[in-house]
Design a protein around this ligand. Structure first.
Ligand SMILES: Cc1cc2nc3c(=O)[nH]c(=O)nc-3n(C[C@H](O)[C@H](O)[C@H](O)COP(=O)(O)OP(=O)(O)OC[C@H]3O[C@@H](n4cnc5c(N)ncnc54)[C@H](O)[C@@H]3O)c2cc1C
Length: 376
């Protein structure tokens, strides 16, 4: 007779996968419930850039969490590749944060924003920049090179996590849409699936990405406010790598993948839960690329896609216990940083759930914290 799992994880993305693996490694019986196919949400659509602070828009405390997580990556990813047998192409080639001239005629305002001050960054003059990356043209003032920034083949990441977790006994169920979270008194006791079945467990982790918000609201939990932020991405076939490092400027990002293709993104749109590509989104990306990059129009276009970043009002993830629901934990709302944060999130959530250890670093992520944008 099969016993109830210790923990049910709602959502089979990189966050659900990282949490499931850390729990399974601690000997817990874990079941992951994924409504569609694992790793096909934001975790698949992402750029795979592992940069603690590439925009300067994020709260400092989030940047510190991301830096801590980045420090875990080399060992974490090597171990994951070994255990899963899936190559993840972790590479530390660095990122160049380019500053365009804000006074240039009809420059989209976000391109002219000063790069964030990077501790590990090296300032580059325009001529140094153009020597390093000849594709850069247009009204550029200079840039900052952060050699610590890495990238990973993110579409393979969730399958690797799930395979490693399954090797430790975790059960991964695809096509399992959770429509409710069950409780008895103040205790969370399991979930309800769309087929009407109820699954019991000692604890439940809500890791359903952008869809965590509506699920929380449906059970009357207001402590997890979220907004889906759509990001569109383009892929070009590039026979010889047109850039060597990741290039970032405002919202524009160019990522050279090791085997040739060039990814160009992105948008930041509130389009509800619609994650389709639009011509407007493609035009937006190309118009920005056209201002600082030459020759993109000559590359063969391969495809475009979009994904939903799980955003929160204060830009911080929701990680921790959900008040009034003993045994319900949130691991969601990682916005633009869910890939880089995955190792740390898995570790801190497992410590919390298994050992009851609420790491100080989770304080700013506590579900139900004051949200200046909402509470003001
Ligand atoms: C265009 C784009 C670029 C990005 N670039 C980067 C980057 O370079 N670096 C970085 O660190 N981050 C990046 N991100 C952010 C990162 O992708 C996300 O923060 C991260 O993938 C979130 O992971 P997740 O597991 O929470 O969500 P998801 O990957 O979306 O997974 C959630 C899963 O839950 C499932 N689900 C939803 N509802 C239910 C339900 N009711 N029952 C069962 N299952 C359910 C979904 O089907 C989905 O598979 C980017 C995001 C986008 C969209």
């Amino acid at each position: 007779m099969s016993r109830s799992p210790d923990v049910l994880v709602i959502g089979g993305g990189v966050i659900g996968g990282a949490v499931a693996l850390s729990l399974a490694d601690r000997g817990l019986a874990v079941t992951v419930l994924e409504s569609g196919r694992i790793g096909r949400g934001a975790s698949w659509a992402a750029a795979g850039v592992l940069a603690p602070d590439w925009s300067g828009h994020d709260p400092a405390v989030l940047t510190r969490l991301a830096a801590d997580s980045l420090a875990m990556w080399p060992e974490w990813v090597a171990e994951l590749e070994r255990r899963s047998g899936i190559g993840l192409n972790f590479r530390r080639d660095g990122l160049i944060n380019v500053q365009a001239d804000p006074s240039a005629e009809s420059l989209p305002p976000e391109l002219g924003v000063e790069p964030p001050p990077l501790a590990a960054g090296e300032r580059l003059s325009v001529s140094e920049l153009r020597r390093m990356e000849p594709i850069l043209t247009g009204p550029i003032l200079g840039g900052v090179l952060d050699g610590e920034v890495a990238q990973v083949d993110n579409p393979r990441l969730t399958p690797a996590l799930m395979r490693a977790a399954a090797d430790r006994g975790a059960i991964v169920r695809e096509g399992a849409l959770v429509i409710g979270i069950e409780r008895a008194g103040s205790r969370c006791v399991g979930v309800r699936l769309a087929d009407g079945s109820i699954l019991s467990a000692g604890a439940v982790v809500l890791a359903a990405g952008a869809w965590s918000g509506p699920l929380a609201e449906s059970i009357g939990v207001s402590a997890l406010p979220m907004t889906p932020w759509r990001g569109q991405m383009l892929l070009f076939d590039a026979p010889a790598q047109p850039v060597r490092r990741i290039i970032f400027c405002g919202e524009l990002v160019l990522i050279p993948r090791p085997h040739g293709p060039l990814i160009v993104g992105t948008t930041f749109e509130n389009a509800g839960f619609d994650c389709r590509v639009t011509l407007g989104g493609i035009a937006h990306i190309l118009a920005r690329a056209d201002r600082i990059v030459s020759g993109l129009g000559d590359l063969p276009f391969s495809r475009a896609w979009a994904g939903l970043r799980p955003g929160t009002p204060d830009g911080m993830p929701h990680m921790g216990p959900v008040q009034g629901w003993d045994g319900l934990f949130a691991a969601t709302g990682h916005g633009r940083k869910g890939i880089i944060l995955a190792p740390l999130c898995g570790e801190l959530m497992a410590r919390l759930i298994v050992e009851g250890d609420f790491d100080d670093r989770l304080e700013g992520c506590r579900p139900g914290r004051r949200m200046p944008n909402l509470d003001a």
